[in-house]
Design a protein around this ligand. Sequence first.
Ligand code: SIN
Ligand code: FE
Length: 314
Amino acid sequence: MALIEITDFRTPGGWTDPQSSTQRSQECCRQLEEGNILFFRQMPFEMPQVDLDFLTGVKQSDSALHKNISYRPKADVLRGAEAAPPEAMQRLHRIMRSYSQNVTAFISRLLEPYAGSFRHDFASFRAIEEQGRDLPLHRRNDLMHVDAFPTRPTRGDRILRCFTNVNPAESRVWVTGEPMSVVAQRFAQDAGLSRLLARASTPAGRISRTLRHVLGPLAGKGAAQRTPYDEFMLSFHDYLKERQDYQDEKQGKLRTEFPPFSTWIVFTDGVPHSVLSGRLALEQTFIIPLSAMIVPEQSPARVLEKIAGQALLA
Ligand code: SIN
Ligand code: FE
């Protein structure tokens, strides 16, 4: 697990050496899939200074704009900023739309092998200081975890996130750990992998899954579409946060300070991570199909299937 700084790529120009672009793109995908972070010291795409000024002008005390704000690219909808004056809301909407489009163009060129197949998930503006946030244990971002979305099961596909620190003065501080190929080996059974599969294969387990399919959204948002893999990843997210000895462990962890205006990309379903401090970041999430992976055996679904000795994506 390492931070890999990329110095030979910028959008709209692309790779410095166009001759090796396909090979460099492949290398980047492989590095991400193996649990590394790709890091750009400067923002690798354009963002007007006036937009940056607007974002950095959002005060912690401005309750209308200091929640986590999300942007849904497919519907072109901004959520979480309803309390702000209409002008500020429209401005933020435009900025997030443009960030989302710029990151998408950037990722499509940087990670060419994923370009034709990824799906857009949400983007977010993270304006709350992360240090000292008072949240229930399972929602704390300062505890190491892997990402899993309760309402949007991925069914084995991957969660790729691109972050940009738009704070002009302070770094965003993360800790990352060894990837799923290592942590799953250590903890998946204790976290209940076999128990979950045994339960799922009993008559009661089968009936409950059929029922969830029949009930659809009534069963809970996303619940009907969950595979055993999604169920496990949701519980593994909580398990890691609860495991104090894992949280306290120093070995295998990397503390990274992402400086102002830097950008980083990581598969957050495969790399345990936590954020210790920082305020004002933009982020865009992509769902990359498992079938697009260059090293599929490193993906959480395949790693877990190997440990379990059975399919998890049925
Ligand atoms: C997370 O995905 O846990 C939060 C990361 C961040 O906001 O920096
Ligand atoms: Fe996370």
